[in-house]
Write a protein that binds this ligand. Structure first.
Ligand SMILES: [Zn+2]
Length: 211
């Protein structure tokens, strides 16, 4: 029986590295795979923070993943597995298409993605994956908040100050603000506390909000 497995983790938890490792292991055994990603660091590739990369299909919002898989499985070598990176950004209906790939083509699907956004809510694609996956597993690489507690949340910082509103994806940056991301435990994600090194910034923020 084929399975739809969703592996989730924070930013920097090595999801892309794991996706590439699975692709490498199956590919080196002569299995035929389809590698998909979206809005990755490099166009049309799955790349990991460790510097490995492989060619991937860029998943636009209109791409029908089931039809793509059917087309590939009809070819001479067939299709043995599908690997989807950055799956949090996929449309809910695309996740449903992945479930059909498992059920109707008997092809394994390995999806990787973030659980929650910097706003602290489930991504659309993630929610549908949690609802439909046969297995949901956490990628755990002991990512830590500055306080030493396990990091479970992604914080977006604009000019060093944590923000909770804004577009999901920063495409351009007209104000020339410095957008960065940090891993936090829930407590420090909720309080927006950047820790001892960020004290000055947080204090400035507190002063600004008090006015
Ligand atoms: Zn913390």
């Amino acid at each position: 029986m084929a399975v739809l497995r969703f592996s989730f983790g924070t930013m920097g938890s090595g999801k892309s590295t794991l996706a590439l490792q699975i692709h490498h292991n199956l590919d080196s055994r002569g299995l035929q795979g389809l590698l998909c990603s979206q809005l990755d660091r490099t166009d049309g590739k799955v790349s990991s923070a460790l510097g490995v990369s492989a060619d991937a299909v860029e998943v636009g919002p209109l791409l029908n993943l089931f039809e793509l898989a059917v087309a590939m499985s009809d070819r001479a070598h067939g299709l043995d597995y599908v690997i989807c990176d950055e799956a949090q950004f996929y449309r809910p209906e695309q996740i449903e298409q992945l479930a059909r790939v498992v059920d109707e083509l008997d092809t394994d699907v390995y999806a990787f993605g973030l659980l929650t956004s910097f706003q602290g809510v489930l991504f659309e694609g993630t929610q549908r994956l949690l609802e439909l996956a046969d297995e949901s597993v956490e990628v755990q690489v002991e990512a830590r908040c500055w306080c030493g507690t396990r990091a479970t949340h992604n914080a977006r910082l604009v000019d060093g100050v944590q923000v909770y509103d804004g577009t999901l994806m920063v495409v351009d940056n007209p104000d020339d603000q410095q957008v960065t991301y940090e891993l936090r435990c829930r407590r420090h994600w909720l309080t927006g506390d950047s820790g001892p090194d960020g004290t000055q910034v947080v204090a400035a923020h507190a002063t600004a909000s008090a006015q």
